[in-house]
Design a protein around this ligand. Structure first.
Ligand SMILES: Nc1nc2c(c(=O)[nH]1)N[C@H]1C(S)=C(S)[C@@H](COP(=O)(O)O)O[C@H]1N2
Ligand SMILES: [Mo]
Length: 576
């Protein structure tokens, strides 16, 4: 018996390019600096840097007011009735067990990486909106200027640079790598959190952070007045936290953390487009904005918590949380310093390591969370919107076709266009646009989720992929559909992307030739682009030239399953 011949590919496979396994600055998107963070109030933008002097002034006023208040007999009486810890709060008798201390450290460790990587993701579309159309000018927060009106401004143009010490991995448009960090560490953080929930309720530790009486509110007010007056309340931190601490820890652990997780998941097309009204009310941009607000909560919490640990008794506090001791020794303080050094070292190491070993980070990320993302791909997204939801602005993205061949197609109104469908199919096809239009037509109004963060609604019309499958009859060994573009990618070589066959059978997977009732514009992929509503935008190849069915994609391009997977270290399954 002779070995089976090596599968031949569509001729376009030769136009795919290899890719670097690390981020090379001379091949990367050139830097672009953003602005300082701004918030929009009405029609005016305010620089958030103003919060520093305003905050300092408010702090001073607050101290003065609190001290003046404490001169009043009625306030002193209030503080006497509500000293800061509700009298019925049960004391915790198990001290600070090792698991609690370890989880506290791990939580801090994970959070820093999650937050830095999250910021990097945000920097790829540095604007936040409350409406899913992401129309420039409707943002409520941004660290980028107005969108230029005198040229095509793609979402990629809009991404800004972060320093490598701040973002992971820093630089510009590195969100592919940032997402591996964000999601992989999220998983560890989630497991740590689940174990924490289980352990605190299996012991008496939950009593520290779960209020059990309404008296927690007057007591929290009392604690706030005492802190603000700089005459701190007596500490009983070994057994009970004061009510203000209890409330803030409760909000952080039981509200901010779950809200972050839910609003994170709701930003994924597979989940959001599957969930019906929930995905509409808490749409991509609402979820993204709330996700960011809960990030701000964590930042504020960490800063205030850290500051209070320092000023309310560094030795006692670190002794408890790092050594589990309630004595006057310095043991906890030294352990705390070691923990901080580990943190700082990893902080400095993370970005350079990621840039130099980008492919490895992609692989590790895929092992850690790729399977979870794969699960979400099973959802067959069904959510559709109505004409009135169609976005007034739909961000364009990607690298436009730049060839005489394409120009000739445009000049000829795409009459010369032929879609080639080949590979592991029984009936290879070459279809003109007219032939495609003669096939069963489907209209759908759906939300587009770009990996960078923006979203938009449009009405797409075209041929459902399931009819294409019926026509060409993929062979049993065909597992993936490769979409080759007429356009190159940003770093040279053809743009392409690979989809599992399952995705091609979903009801809303479409070869679109119309957008909002008009022939597909060149900017958005004329004459033909893919719509696959359970994946992020980069998987929806525009300006499709050929579709090839294959058994494996390892021998295509750099073998990662698509152009951005090869060149920007994205994952090839991206339903979230
Ligand atoms: N050929 C090609 N297709 C592409 C891209 C590209 O760069 N080249 N960019 C992708 C990305 S990242 C997105 S978000 C969508 C954007 O589609 P739009 O321009 O219609 O918004 O196209 C996708 N398809
Ligand atoms: Mo995108």
């Amino acid at each position: 018996m002779t070995a089976a011949p090596k599968p031949e590919h569509d001729p376009l496979a030769k136009s795919l390019s290899p890719a670097d396994d690390r981020v090379r600055l001379n091949h990367w998107l050139p830097p672009r600096s953003g602005t300082l963070p701004h918030i929009r109030i009405g029609r005016r933008w305010f620089n958030l840097l103003w919060l520093l002097p305003i905050g300092a002034a408010l702090l001073l006023i607050m101290i003065a007011c609190a001290q003046a208040l404490r001169e009043l007999a009625s306030v002193e009486a209030f503080l006497a009735t509500y000293p800061g810890v509700a009298s019925s709060t049960p004391p915790v008798t198990s001290g600070f067990p090792w698991w609690l201390r370890l989880q506290h450290f791990l939580n801090m460790f994970f959070m820093l990486f999650i937050m830095r990587a999250g910021l990097q993701i945000l920097a790829d579309h540095p604007r936040l909106y409350w409406k899913r159309d992401s129309t420039p000018g409707t943002e409520w927060f941004r660290f980028q200027s107005d969108v230029p009106k005198d040229r095509v401004w793609t979402a990629k143009d809009d991404a800004v640079t972060l320093p490598t010490w701040l973002g992971i991995p820093g630089l510009r448009h590195t969100l592919g790598l940032a997402r591996w960090w964000h999601f992989s560490v999220n998983l560890l953080w989630l497991l740590n959190g689940i174990a924490f929930y289980a352990l605190i309720f299996a012991t008496d530790q939950w009593q520290r952070i779960v209020p059990t009486t309404w008296e927690v509110f007057p007591n929290a007010l009392s604690t706030a007045i005492q802190y603000a007056s700089l005459d701190f309340p007596a500490e009983q931190g070994w057994t009970r936290y004061n009510s203000l601490q209890q409330l803030t820890y409760f909000v952080t652990v039981f509200i901010a953390a779950p809200v972050s997780i839910v609003t994170g998941l709701l930003q994924g097309p597979a989940i959001s487009n599957r969930l019906g009204w929930i995905g509409k009310v808490i749409n991509r941009q609402v979820a993204r904005s709330i996700h960011f607000i809960s990030f701000l909560w964590f930042v504020a919490f960490i800063l205030i918590h850290g500051a209070l640990v320092l000023i309310t008794g560094l030795r006692a506090n670190t002794n408890r949380m790092f050594a589990g001791l309630d004595d006057g020794s310095w043991t906890g303080f030294w352990l705390f310093l070691i923990a901080m050094m580990i943190l700082a070292t990893c902080w400095l190491w993370a970005s350079p390591f990621t840039l130099n070993n980008a492919r490895l980070v992609q692989k590790i990320g895929r092992v850690m969370v790729g399977w979870l993302k794969g699960l979400a791909e099973w959802f067959d997204p069904r959510s559709q919107l109505t004409e009135k939801d169609i976005s007034p602005h739909f961000w364009p993205n990607g690298t436009m076709p730049n060839s005489a061949e394409y120009d000739a197609l445009v000049a000829g109104n795409f009459e010369g266009y032929r879609l080639r469908i080949d590979g592991l199919v029984d009936n290879p096809q070459t279809l003109s646009l007219a032939e495609l239009k003669a096939m069963p037509r489907q209209d759908q109004i759906t939300t587009h989720f770009c990996i960078q963060g923006w979203s938009g609604v449009a009405k797409w019309s075209g041929v459902p992929m399931r009819h294409i499958l019926e026509l060409v009859q993929p062979k049993p060994e065909a597992r993936y559909a490769v979409f080759y573009s007429l356009a190159d990618g940003s770093d040279g070589g053809r743009y392409y992307d690979v989809h599992k066959l399952g995705n091609m059978r979903h009801a809303l997977t479409l070869l679109a030739y119309e957008m909002n009732g008009q022939p597909l514009p060149v900017l958005h992929g004329a004459p033909l682009r893919l719509r696959c509503e359970n994946e992020l935008g980069f998987k929806m190849v525009k300006w499709i030239e050929a579709i090839e069915f294959v058994e494996d994609f390892k021998d295509l391009g750099a073998g990662q399953g698509g152009y951005n997977e090869d060149h920007e270290f994205f994952g090839y399954r991206m339903p979230i």
